[in-house]
Design a protein around this ligand. Structure first.
Ligand code: DLL
Length: 447
């Protein structure tokens, strides 16, 4: 379903014109209002008058996370503080956060793009949304909340955590739609199974999952376990929060439409910054075309993915593939680059493993070592492997040994790195407590 059919299906030539008109206004706006841009562009010898349309965007310098840090907390704001209606922060566990601001119009836009996203995910006016994204400085809770209200839904502002209460609400209130991180959807799926809650007793139909990387493996697990259709929502605080792009429910697995009338995406080569063509993997870069309080020009997200036009889709907006990971989370092991999502994707057709895993990186001498700890599928464990322990009978140990070797070989063949694999019993790997789950533990000193 569309929230705004005319804009979501706008012919690409008209979309381009709209983007060009918006960009021309934007470059003047930030040049006059944000000293950071004026200084940087003056230094680079580029003036807003030289930007005649969206095709000139590549001439402008990138904006980096460090630029936002250097101007902490409000140095990148383009309006005086009395015109700022709200502040959010980017997630991040160490150091100072990145602070972002919204005018009244920005909040309106935030609601609109999230309403579009929810509608594309299957939600309809009158449906109830169980919103399990965190409320607070994190943009997830309030962003989807506003979107749901704009669409005409009834929102339950559950926020993250307190799983018992979440399960009670899911059973008693009967929401049709849930939004949360994919790892928390896994957690709920697992709790529902463990507590023998019949999935038919829930009324859920759709899940809108994002804020961390995930693959088809988790989609299959939660779709099956909750009897729903799950789509991807992507966004980041620096651009607006959730609602930068969204997968359409009928096109699951083919990428997420970027709402490019407001957020113009580019994919660039991580080393040279050169703009890459459709379909190539690189760093995702965004320019906000309509934001007032915190506009950003060519913001280097550090997220790695590709962009392409899906000519089979009714929606004309460009699609981005699933995020493989963040460039700064990319592990380089003995000269080979990899993201934890690559390991996750490999267990797709190994039926006895569950997508609960951890990647542990350590250094022995001069060598980096990677260990994958992954859990057995609980059903498999119950039926054929009552316990995995030293006292286990040999055939069980032999099963596990074969499974371990199989996964290690698959990893070596597909990723090109020898990793140690350890298969663990159920419930031994940390679960999401409600928010983003970190699946990589890097024990290397000073990295
Ligand atoms: O995570 C905004 C959000 C909230 C998105 C709710 C979706 C749903 P930040 O905390 O600023 O904002 O973190 C942004 O999270 O640069 C990506 O690395 C990652 N990320 C967000 N969505 C996805 C996704 C929110 N669907 C950072 N897939 C981004 C993979 C994602 N990674």
């Amino acid at each position: 379903m569309y929230f705004d059919q005319s804009i979501e299906t706008l012919p690409q030539s008209q979309l381009r014109q709209l983007q060009s008109d918006r960009l021309k206004k934007l470059v003047k706006y930030v040049y006059e209002r944000v000293p950071f841009y004026k200084n940087k562009w003056d230094e680079a010898g580029i003036h807003p008058d030289q930007i005649k349309g969206i095709e000139d965007l590549h001439r402008l310098p990138f904006t980096l996370k460090t630029d936002l840090r250097d101007t902490y907390p409000f140095g990148m704001f383009a309006v005086p503080m009395d015109q700022v209606s709200r502040i959010h922060c980017s997630s991040g566990t160490t150091g100072k956060p990145t602070v972002v601001g919204y005018t009244k119009n920005d909040l309106d836009l935030f609601a609109e793009v999230n309403a579009r996203s929810l509608a594309a995910a299957g939600a309809k006016p009158g449906m109830m949304l169980h919103n399990a994204y965190g409320y607070g400085l994190f943009t997830g809770g309030l962003g989807l909340h506003a979107g749901a209200e704009r669409l005409g839904m009834n929102v339950i502002p559950v926020s993250g955590g307190m799983t018992d209460r979440q399960l009670m609400i899911l059973q008693d209130f009967g929401p049709e739609v849930i939004c949360c991180t994919p790892s928390y959807a896994q957690r709920l799926t697992e709790e529902i199974r463990k507590r023998n809650i019949p999935v038919d007793s829930l009324n859920l139909k759709y899940a809108v999952l994002g804020a961390e990387p995930w693959t088809e493996v988790i989609r299959h697990e939660v779709e099956k376990g909750l009897n729903i259709q799950a789509t991807n929502i992507y966004g980041l605080s620096e651009i607006i929060g959730p609602g930068v792009s969204q997968e359409a429910v009928e096109e699951r697995g083919t990428g997420s439409h970027v709402w490019e009338d407001h957020f113009f995406p580019e994919i660039v080569n991580p080393d040279t910054g050169e703009v890459l063509p459709e379909g190539k993997d690189g760093v995702l870069v965004f320019t906000t075309l309509t934001k007032e309080a915190f506009p950003v020009i060519r913001y280097w997200t550090n997220d790695i993915c590709s962009l392409y036009y899906d000519r089979d889709s009714q929606r004309t907006h460009i699609k981005m593939g699933q995020i493989k990971g963040r460039a700064d989370d990319m592990l380089i092991i003995r000269g080979v680059n990899f993201f934890h999502t690559q390991v996750e994707a490999l267990i797709e057709d190994i039926p006895h493993l569950a997508p609960h895993y951890q990647v542990i990186v350590s250094r022995e001498g001069a060598m980096d070592q990677v260990e994958i700890k992954i859990e057995l599928d609980p059903d498999y464990q119950k039926e054929t492997l009552p316990a995995i322990s030293a006292e286990d009978n040999l055939s069980n140990q032999e099963n596990i040994r074969q499974l371990t070797n199989h996964l290690a070989k698959k990893i070596k063949d597909n990723i090109g790195i020898t990793m140690k694999v350890e298969i663990k019993p159920g419930n031994s790997i940390p679960r999401s407590e409600g928010g983003k789950l970190s699946r990589v533990v890097d024990l290397r000193k000073g990295k």
